[in-house]
Ligand binder design. Sequence first.
Ligand code: AMP
Length: 395
Amino acid sequence: MTTLDSYNFSGKKALVRVDFNVPLNDKFEITDDTRIRATIPTINKILSEGGSVILMSHLGRPKDGPTEKYSLKHLVNPLSLILGKTVKFADDCIGASATEMAAALQPGEVLLLENLRFYKEEEKGDEAFAEKLSKLGDVWVMDAFGTAHRAHASTAVIGKFFKDKVCGYVMQAELDNAERLLEHSERPFTAIMGGAKISDKILIIERLLDKVDNLIIGGGMSYTFTKALGGNIGKSLLEADKMDLTLELLEKAKQKGVNLVLPIDTVIADKFSNDANRQTVPTAEIPDDWEGLDIGPKSIELFKSIIAASKTVLWNGPMGVFEFPNFATGTNAIAESVVAATEENDAFSLIGGGDSASAVNNAGYGDRVSYVSTGGGALLEYMEGKVLPGVAALD
Ligand code: AMP
């Protein structure tokens, strides 16, 4: 795989697939520009060598072609400010405007194309569409790790139309950190899995059983384990068809000598709301009309003691409904203890995308863990051992 550092961009037009799928508010202002900032080193490396940059991305999930809400034109000014240079904008990603503006681009200049998903061909991985995109640049740089698990036109299919294909810095960092975690981890290695559904995370949990010393399971998915073990979970989240599977996982953990840890107490609510009445009860003793929305203080202490002694920590998924401040205590406490393990025990800590990344970033801890992944689904699939189409396309 060609790395960014081993390629000379002098005089080249680099067609760079980035992940600019950022959240926008009602006024089309960016509310979290992490993904844009993450790609700046890649862009600057190309420009500093006398190359020019054509940026392509998706934004949101437009259903029927061009939609104001999902236009990448809203990113032009913020991107120009972050980059410190004027960014040009083509109001289409293929067609006359894109072709002419790309052709006229001078070394040191940056052009942003309109949303790729305004064409349904993008997500279908359409070859003719990918070929049209490919005509815009001399070299393809893939830096959109967050969509690398999709065989879309711009993330994978396009690769076959380029001789020169380069892995961007964001992609490289994601792959290097995942590799370090899975293949070169210092022990003890603790994985903390949370979030709503076991079914989404079953493959990664199974793979982790071969790698980790401790597997902490919290959040909504833990109640299916508790129920399968004979506990009362009231109205808490349950995947009834996964109960047998949880027992199998517990058995596998035992066979492999993995310490699989479930919450011992839970904060329950009488309705699914931030201002619900709250109580803390043992996890297996949730009354019928109540539901568990967070881990309790004893679980926090138990999890903290395990995390504090770890040298490698992977965290994916919140410990409760952290969107409700009254039920975010467990998730915040885990974020704090991952930071403490990193700073005080010199642990390598990787936060695996999605909601756990938001929880860590929102609490201002983004810089105090070893690495916060930008790709939720992509990271999970990579860690499951799957070949990501966007990575395969670079070979
Ligand atoms: P995931 O995308 O699978 O990582 O799940 C994240 C979501 O799980 C968040 O929106 C949380 O609100 C939700 N979640 C976590 N714990 C619970 C719980 N105990 N009950 C309901 N939802 C939960």
